[in-house]
Structures are given as structure tokens and as C-alpha cells.
Design a protein around this ligand. Structure first.
Ligand SMILES: *[C@@H]1O[C@H](CO)[C@@H](O)[C@H](O)[C@H]1NC(C)=O
Ligand SMILES: *[C@@H]1O[C@H](CO)[C@@H](O)[C@H](O)[C@H]1NC(C)=O
Length: 259
């Protein structure tokens, strides 16, 4: 037990579905990056195997539930974002949530309130914000809702700064032409993405663990958790892949007439 490694244990939580080439690049790269910096860690790949739309926030909540007994902080981590600058700091964020892929350095997202990509949380702080929303099925928006949770909990968000590598701080391995994202975007029409969806959190992240697979990719350990998420179709019908933005608009109009 080498004291150079510090006492804190990091759970790297990676929401996942189908990005196999990205997984093969990510696991060895991040494992080496963290070992070089003496960060005790385990990589949790939370693999969504149900038939619903991808739900990043829900998967992160599941990763938290699976890791919280043994790990005292977490990094919610996009699989397609590889840290390049050796100064990037994955240490225990004692002062509050720490955004590594800050808008200054993220290759694609530069919004002032952007907190997606890679975000570190102590177990205590993640518990304080009650985790993330489980209601945001489909691509995008859940990180903006989390921004509001952080603000309302009066936690202090800090970000990576003072680096000299600009937009080359990370490498983005996502190839949109090979793996296009879900084009039905509900977040924009559901209303304000920053609005608190407070009924959801890790406490009601209802899921079934189907299988746990331990693997090595090159020399790096990774554990894949196959999970089926539960969707209440009456509450969030947009979890179904045959439910489109135009169905959503129709439903919204019907509700407006009823009220
Ligand atoms: C990394 O972050 C930790 C926790 O906030 C801090 O104590 C430490 O000084 C930082 N290290 C560097 C090299 O900036
Ligand atoms: C989607 O499919 C389910 C059955 O899998 C069906 O019950 C539902 O009506 C369909 N919804 C739409 C909007 O087509």
C-alpha cells in the first residue's frame, strides 16, 4: 500500500451503449493516465441493455449506486473524451464538484454553463444533489439539469484552468459518421433544460443488473455492468424509440387543450 497513491478511491463512471471502438481506446488510455498520476481507481462501464433511448443521467446514478460503498469520489466520464494534458487533475475534489472538461478546453462545447464531458464529485456532494435526473431519455440536457442541482445545493463548482493546451487538452474519439447520435432531440422542446426535475435522483433509479463482466483491455482492468433501466411510459413516453418529437408536440397540444 504505497502512500504515494493517496487514500482516496476514484470510481470512473462511464455511461455506455455500443461504442466499442471508443471503449477499446478509452480504457487503456485512462488507466495509464491515472496510474501515472497515482490515482487509485476502478473503471465502471455502465452498459444500457434495455430497449429504451439512451439515458446518460440514469446510467450515472446506477454507477453511483454500484460504486458508493467502496469509492469516495466519482468521475462521470464520457467515453469519447481522452485526457491529454498531464496537468489535468483527477484528485479528490474536496472543495466541491470539479469540471475537468471545462468550456475553455472541451473540443466541442464552449457554453458558459456547460458541465458535461468529465465532472468529478465527492460521494458526499453527489449525495447532496441527489444525483442526476432519470427522466432525460435521449441525447442531451441532463448535464444542464445537474448544473441547477449544484447551484441550488450551494455547492461551489470549480473548473480546470491555467492550462496552456487550449482545445488540444483532450482528444475527442467520437466519429459522428460511424456512430451518429440520436437525432430526436426532446430536451429543447421539453422546456428549459436548466429547470430542476427534482422528483428524480439516484434514490429512484430503478434498474435491473443483468450481468457483470470483468475484462482486461491491453493491461487495463475494466468492469462492464449490463443494466436494464426501468421507464414509466406514462411519465416519460419519450423513452420509447418509436416515440418521436412530433408525437411529443401532439401530446403537448392535447394537454394544453385539456387544461
Ligand atoms: C488537484 O486538486 C486537489 C483537490 O482540489 C488539490 O488539493 C491539488 O492541489 C490539485 N493539484 C494540482 C497539481 O493542482
Ligand atoms: C410504440 O410501441 C409500443 C409497443 O412496443 C406501442 O404500444 C406504442 O403505441 C408505440 N408508440 C408509438 C408512438 O407508436
Amino acid at each position: 500500500d504505497d502512500p504515494a497513491w493517496g487514500k482516496h478511491r476514484l470510481a470512473v463512471i462511464v455511461p455506455y451503449r455500443g461504442a466499442f471502438e471508443e471503449l477499446l481506446l478509452f480504457v487503456p488510455h485512462l488507466h495509464k493516465f491515472l496510474c501515472d498520476r497515482r490515482i487509485r481507481h476502478k473503471i465502471f462501464v455502465i452498459h444500457q441493455v434495455d430497449k429504451f433511448r439512451f439515458n446518460r443521467g440514469f446510467l450515472i446514478n446506477v454507477g453511483f449506486l454500484l460504486s458508493r460503498d467502496k469509492f469516495d469520489y466519482l468521475a462521470m466520464h464520457d467515453i469519447d473524451l481522452l485526457p491529454i494534458n498531464p496537468m489535468l487533475n483527477y484528485s479528490y475534489p474536496e472543495q466541491g464538484p470539479y469540471h475537468l472538461s471545462s468550456p475553455e478546453y472541451h473540443p466541442d462545447y464552449h457554453g458558459r454553463r456547460f458541465i458535461g464531458g468529465i465532472l468529478l464529485f465527492t460521494r458526499e456532494d453527489f449525495t447532496k444533489v441527489k444525483g442526476m435526473t432519470n427522466g432525460d431519455w435521449g441525447w442531451g440536457g441532463e448535464d444542464n439539469e445537474l448544473f441547477t442541482r449544484i447551484r441550488l445545493s450551494k455547492l461551489k463548482l470549480t473548473r480546470a484552468s491555467g492550462l496552456t493546451t487550449g482545445r488540444n487538452t483532450f482528444k475527442n474519439t467520437h466519429d459522428e459518421s460511424k456512430r451518429p447520435r440520436d437525432k430526436e432531440r426532446f430536451d429543447a422542446i421539453k422546456g428549459n433544460q436548466f429547470e430542476l426535475d427534482g422528483k428524480y435522483g439516484f434514490h429512484n433509479a430503478d434498474y435491473k443488473l443483468e450481468r457483470v463482466v470483468n475484462m482486461k483491455i491491453d493491461e487495463a482492468d475494466v468492469t462492464i455492468y449490463n443494466v436494464k433501466l426501468h421507464c414509466n411510459i406514462l411519465e416519460t413516453p419519450w423513452c420509447q424509440t418509436n416515440y418521436t418529437v412530433s408525437d411529443f408536440k401532439k401530446q403537448k397540444n392535447k394537454n394544453a387543450i385539456k387544461n
